[in-house]
Design a protein around this ligand. Structure first.
Ligand code: ADP
Ligand code: MG
Ligand code: MG
Length: 936
């Protein structure tokens, strides 16, 4: 028996069982909004709303603990749960003035799942539970509406057969055609036979006949009769919810979202309210603000005489909630505001109440039963990155939240969307528009059409860009949606499954594009009378909903034109305590990064400058030279090129620090391709005055078994000091030249792949000697630093010694991760996916810094380095410098700055601000100081 044991004074113990069932309704609730872990998101918020006096149909929540227990007990529920459910049901009956299973005045209920975190569409709800041969006549008499009752009944049979009898029972449909599909076909056939198009055109007699047919199809398909007993239906529903927690779709969604499998789901049993009770009833969904743009307008959709998921399922085009938010596809329909102004006003007041209470945008479900409004759900709404930024800023400005909360509201990765490329508007003007749908996810998406999730996955794995085109998406499509660059659906509204999921991911998505006719079997769609086949290119503008033929050019984003973004980033920069630099080699990239807020260059890789056509020849001459004199001659030809490069970068950075890394890759990389290119090889041989064979021999000699651990980094500069000499000369003379022209410069020379202090000291001596010579030549003094990358584990371990020769450390976490794990980054593809799949690793360590392992080396090296050299400047220049969780780690271990690629600079700035809010550093290390030291 589970429970807490309480000992009395005699040492006897009683088991005081934990509460399994929480009631809500009639203005009261056992639970509250903060109990999400126990009641799930839906249950906790239903309780919260009930407590706030918002009209919520009465019901109760069975806790997530019961779900865990259900699995521990191999699918059995303890008696205590049955008892508590019976008691709670009595309370519901009292509030609703109806009785579950009663022949005269039957109470019907819904059985709804609800995990801690919202998992759109993952778990299935069954409505109208309690309808059976015994209760049908009573409900008909009570409502005076036979059509309504049989409409509810056919829905119950379909949902119950699908969710409880098939999916939860683990039955795999024969020929892939599940019971739901068969029932849908039967309904279609019925409509056709009656010559009608809408579900609502079927009358009571039609639906009654349909229900009989449904029941016989269920029997035939599943081999079991649909249960004609309210209790059996209720418990079947409850167990099915628990069962669906471990359904394939739910598991796959949790894997993608990183939701722990142990959490379990709660079950909500709630009195039904009927949106399908004729033309004075309706159902709808809404967002308290526009989830796509963030605008402070009440945004939603509703359908007369409908129930449950009709709005989301896209069977009819839903109507707009109000006049201001009408769009292309629903502007001809009547808004709730115009149609039923009183109910709208009431709903609007609830909208305001909920926002004020939750202090965040809410995603709500409501139903109107014969003119009376009920709320069925509220939760924090998913939103695009664009909307997240605007809402956060506007809520802070209206004092609903403070600025720090506003900063914490936006996930750093969401900014990515504002930084997302857009379809070139110029090209859009002349492009062939083939259709228009609803703009559900912003940005541009260009790719090849595919029609199934499987194809999307397969093609994407081959590196193709695909656009998933579907009538509507369902949770089964989640992985394919993930693989696609964009999603297009023919049906569904702004609150459809596709829209919700894409918005959560910040992915380009267009929904409800009715003019696109899809034939999945033929793998093609038709639009404007033209056929588009699988593999054809199309382009989507997810911000406007326009779809174009072909492959349109995309433009980089211009976040600086978004005023809310600019404001939020300003607030973030005020709280941020570490600097943000960029990794860039070209003046153009550097300028882009500065526009994004970069405060310096943390990594300029000189080898990238070596590959240009006019230089590679000299690089190769240098490499194949067999004596110092020849090598020096070749190298000196490179000097002028390098100097020009540095002048360009230094100018672009206008006095901000620039870290230049000396030559790093193994030399074979520059010449390896010559073995396949006889012409080039002969040209080089001629240039060097040797035979092609001699060159070939030299190249072969450079071959290494494991170049990553081979002759590279400072090992090159030690073997060929002339290379270091030339690079130091190029850097310092570029600085000298600019200094003379009164341009500020701040070079930091960085020696790569150091593992011992002696290596660094060797290189340092060369750099210092050359720097002295150059300063003498130019008759000017240059301020510069010499430091090293910490990327070999030994360097981290001996950081106290290395700091004696280094004025700064920059953590090269790509190599550090390779060498700490012993994974070659280029070969990791063979096993990393398997590792992630099996939870051997929680995340790709090349994407998010492994804080427990590699992070320890970083932390230790910072401490050891600073123990030797007080205030030693430390930064990071690996890819991790632009990944939010890694940036936060860098803040915590005391780095002075992070450096990342230009497009990730805003994300790094923002993540650093969040880190400062989460773990503020002492006042002494304010941002001003961090900035100053970043410039030092
Ligand atoms: P999901 O998590 O997929 O949104 P829900 O449990 O919210 O599933 O239910 C699905 C649909 O059924 C929603 O539209 C919801 O509003 C509706 N619904 C659930 N319970 C009731 C009820 N007691 N009365 C009327 N409609 C309900
Ligand atoms: Mg659902
Ligand atoms: Mg819902």
């Amino acid at each position: 028996m589970r429970g807490i044991f309480i000992f009395n004074q005699l040492g006897e113990h009683h088991s005081m069982a934990r509460k399994s069932v929480y009631f809500f309704g009639g203005g009261k609730a056992d639970g509250k909004g903060s109990m999400k872990n126990l009641l799930g998101g839906k249950g906790a918020n239903l309780a919260e709303m009930a407590g706030l006096g918002i009209p919520v149909p009465a019901g109760f929540t069975i806790t997530t603990e019961v779900c865990t227990e259900y699995y521990d007990n191999k699918g059995k529920l303890p008696k205590q749960v049955h008892d508590e459910v019976a008691k709670a049901m009595l309370k519901v009956e009292r509030v609703m003035k109806k009785k579950f299973g009663d022949a005269k005045n039957p109470l019907l209920v819904s059985v709804r799942s609800g995990a801690r975190m919202s998992m759109p569409g993952m778990m299935d709800t069954v409505l109208n539970i309690g309808l059976c041969e015994a209760t049908i006549p009573g409900l008909i008499a009570k409502s005076g509406d036979e059509r309504f009752v049989y409409d509810s009944y056919r829905r119950l049979i379909m949902m119950y057969a699908d969710v409880v009898m098939e999916k939860a029972a683990g039955i795999e449909p024969v020929d892939g055609e599940g019971v739901r599909l068969r029932l849908e076909h039967a309904m279609e056939a019925m409509k056709k036979a009656k010559g009608v198009t809408e579900d609502t055109d079927l009358d009571g007699a039609d639906l009654k006949e349909l229900c009989d047919e449904f029941k016989s199809i269920v029997k035939k398909t599943i081999g079991k009769a649909f249960p004609d007993n309210p209790e059996e239906q209720l418990w079947g529903g409850i167990k099915a919810v628990f069962q669906s927690w471990n359904g394939k779709r739910a598991i796959s969604y949790r894997r993608i979202e990183g939701i722990p499998h142990e959490w379990g789901t709660a079950v909500n049993v709630q009195a039904m309210v009927y949106g399908n009770l004729g033309d004075s009833s309706a159902t709808g969904v809404a967002f308290t603000r526009d989830p796509a743009t963030g605008a402070n307008v009440f945004y939603g959709e509703w359908l007369v005489n409908a129930q449950g998921e009709d709005v989301v399922a896209g069977i009819r085009t839903p109507s707009p909630l109000n006049e201001t938010t009408k769009n292309e596809s629903n502007k001809h329909l009547k808004s709730l505001e115009k149609e039923w102004p009183k109910v709208y006003k009431q709903l609007y007041a609830i909208r305001n109440k909920l926002e004020k209470h939750y202090r965040d945008m809410q995603d709500i479900e409501f139903t109107i039963e014969d003119g009376v409004l009920y709320m069925l759900q509220t939760r924090t709404g998913k939103r695009t990155g664009v909307a997240a930024v605007r809402m956060a800023v506007e809520m802070a400005e209206s004092k609903l939240i403070n600025k720090e909360t506003a900063i914490m509201r936006v996930r750093p990765e969401q900014l990515d969307e504002l930084l997302h490329p857009m379809i070139d508007p110029g090209a859009e003007k002349t492009a062939n528009q083939i259709a228009k749908g609803l703009p559900a996810g912003p940005g541009g998406g260009v790719g090849q059409v595919v029609f199934t999730s499987e194809t999307a996955n397969e093609w994407a794995a081959k590196g193709k860009k695909v656009i998933l085109v579907r009538n509507e998406t369902s949770p089964e499509d989640v992985e394919g949606m993930r693989s696609a660059v964009a999603i297009l659906t023919a049906m569904g509204g702004m609150t459809s499954h596709a829209a919700l999921v894409a918005r959560g991911w910040g992915k380009c998505c267009i929904v409800g594009c009715g003019s696109v006719r899809i034939d999945v079997r033929a793998r093609q769609f038709t639009a404007e009378g033209k056929v588009y086949k699988e593999g054809d290119w199309i382009s989507l503008n997810g911000t406007t909903g326009r779809i174009y033929e072909g492959q349109l050019p995309v433009l980089p984003a211009q976040p600086e034109k978004n005023k809310w973004y600019s404001k939020l980033m300003k607030w973030a920069d005020v709280v941020r305590q570490i600097g943000v630099r960029t990794n860039a080699e070209s003046p153009e990239d550097a300028a882009q990064a500065v526009a994004f807020g970069a405060e310096g260059i943390g990594l300029a890789r000189t080898e990238h400058m070596f590959f240009e056509a006019d230089r590679i020849i000299h690089v190769r001459e240098m490499i194949v030279a067999t004596n110092e004199a020849d090598r020096r001659k070749a190298i000196m030809k490179l000097l002028d090129f390098q100097k020009k490069d540095f002048i360009g970068i230094f100018k672009a950075m206008a006095g901000k620090p620039v870290t230049v890394r000396l030559l790093d890759p193994p030399l074979h990389e520059f010449v390896g391709s010559l073995l396949e290119d006889r012409k080039e090889l002969e040209a080089l041989a001629k240039n060097c005055g040797v035979t092609p064979e001699a060159i070939e021999d030299r190249i072969k000699a450079l071959h290494e078994f494991n170049p990553m651990l081979g002759h590279r980094g400072c090992r090159l500069g030690i073997a060929y000091p002339e290379i270091t000499e030339m690079q130091a000369r190029a850097i310092i003379s570029a600085a000298a030249e600019l200094t003379k022209k009164k341009v500020k410069v701040m070079p930091e020379i960085m020696v790569p792949l150091v593992g011992t202090k002696a290596e660094l000291a060797h290189q340092r001596a060369i750099i210092e000697r050359v720097a002295a010579e150059v300063q003498k030549e130019y008759k000017t003094k240059i301020k510069y630093l010499i430091g090293t990358m910490i990327e070999v584990p030994r360097a981290a371990l001996t950081a106290n010694e290395i700091a004696e020769a280094a004025e700064f450390f920059s953590f090269g976490t790509n190599d550090l991760t390779q060498m700490t794990f012993g994974y070659s980054r280029d070969d990791v593809g063979a096993f990393l996916p398997i590792y992630l799949e099996n939870n051997i690793l929680p995340r790709d360590p090349f994407e998010a810094l492994d804080q427990d392992g590699v992070g320890q080396l970083v932390d230790m090296a910072v401490r050891k380095g600073r123990a030797t050299r007080n205030g030693l400047k430390c930064g990071i220049c690996g890819e991790h410098g632009g990944e939010a969780s890694s940036v936060k780690f860098c803040h915590r271990v005391g780095l002075d700055y992070v450096s990342c690629s230009p497009f990730r600079v805003p994300i790094a700035r923002f993540a650093a601000a969040q880190a400062a809010i989460e773990n503020p550093r002492k006042a002494a290390k304010s941002k001003a100081k961090a900035k100053r030291s970043a410039k030092k």
